[in-house]
Each structure stands twice: as structure tokens, then as C-alpha cells.
Design a protein around this ligand. Structure first.
Ligand SMILES: [Zn+2]
Ligand SMILES: [Zn+2]
Length: 81
């Protein structure tokens, strides 16, 4: 099951579980669409894997299987180009 992390690891913007802007890699490193497009070039800076749109969990399932509230953030943001 996905953790559905609450923020972008790069710019720390909020990414709620119903956000269509969340992107994840296979390890669930989580970024916003903006950082992925402008800064990361579609590749996860942690593992080198591809970043894809994170599926949204339906609200009734979220009540039973809540999203993670643990923020993961890279100090200094994502790698500069
Ligand atoms: Zn971001
Ligand atoms: Zn990754």
C-alpha cells in the first residue's frame, strides 16, 4: 500500500492524497509536478528511477487507510542543475 506522503521532498509543498500534482518513484520518493518538470527532468534524484503520477485514493478508503502524515524533506531541496 502506498504511504501517500503529505509533501514534496524537493520544495516541501503540500501534496494531499487527492492531489493530481503528486509524482512518485517506485520507492515512493514523492515530488510535485512542478519540481519534476522544471528541476528533476522526470527522474527521481534519490534512486534514478522514473517518476509517475501518484494514484489518488478514494475518500472512503482514506478513512480506513489514512495517508501518511510523516513529511519527508531533503534539506536544501532537490539537486540543482
Ligand atoms: Zn516540489
Ligand atoms: Zn526514488
Amino acid at each position: 500500500m502506498l504511504q501517500l506522503r503529505p509533501n514534496c521532498e524537493c520544495c516541501n509543498i503540500d501534496l494531499p492524497p487527492d492531489s493530481s500534482d503528486a509524482r512518485i518513484c517506485s520507492f515512493e520518493c514523492t515530488f510535485c509536478a512542478d519540481c519534476v518538470a522544471k528541476c528533476l527532468g522526470g527522474v527521481c534524484p534519490n534512486c534514478g528511477g522514473e517518476l509517475v503520477a501518484r494514484p489518488r485514493r478514494p475518500a472512503d478508503k482514506l478513512a480506513k487507510y489514512p495517508a501518511s502524515t510523516e513529511r519527508v524533506y531533503k534539506t536544501g531541496g532537490c539537486a540543482t542543475r
